[in-house]
Design a protein around this ligand. Structure first.
Ligand SMILES: C[S@@+](CC[C@H](N)C(=O)[O-])C[C@H]1O[C@@H](n2cnc3c(N)ncnc32)[C@H](O)[C@@H]1O
Length: 142
């Protein structure tokens, strides 16, 4: 088991969070799982997951001492997504996220941007356009 990808202490930066964060992330995880089931038989060429305020990848729930996975690692656990685009502005969070994503078995599907999402979002959209354009060309669609 790789401690970097599990909800346990790994020596890297975690976000100090209130208890509501656990509820938020449980809802997100449930939604992604339901979405994956609903989309299973649909004929989409790709599913891109975009998280423009990605955080460090783990949260420390200060009231209970629990550690919970942040949204990027929860998303990586969902096999439906073809590619992942994460953006994090704070260098320390970005560094911790980069280590955790690299340790994940699906981490090579992710691209992580360090910077303000207001600027990086255009780059992300261009990259997705590029991937989709190439896929269209492969299939004779323009
Ligand atoms: C609540 S935290 C992490 C949330 C994460 N998506 C999750 O649910 O686990 C929000 C993060 O967004 C980052 N952030 C805030 N404004 C940002 C911006 N304009 N561009 C990129 N990151 C930003 C913060 O540094 C922080 O790490």
């Amino acid at each position: 088991m790789d401690e970097l990808t599990q909800p346990i202490e790994d020596g890297l930066l975690m976000r100090d969070s209130g208890p509501w964060v656990k509820d938020k992330l449980n809802l997100l995880e449930g939604y992604m799982s339901t979405f994956a089931t609903a989309m299973k038989r649909k004929n989409w060429s790709a599913f891109h997951y975009i998280d423009i305020m990605a955080g460090s990848g783990k949260n420390y729930i200060r009231d209970t001492g629990e550690i919970v996975l942040g949204s990027p690692l929860l998303a990586l656990n969902q096999e439906i997504f073809t590619r992942y685009f994460f953006c994090e502005m704070t260098p320390e969070d970005y560094r911790a996220l980069t280590r955790r994503v690299a340790a994940h078995q699906r981490g090579q599907k992710a691209k992580i941007y360090n910077g303000d999402a207001n600027q990086k979002i255009e780059e992300i959209c261009e990259e997705i356009d590029e991937v989709d354009r190439n896929r269209g060309q492969m299939w004779g669609i323009t």
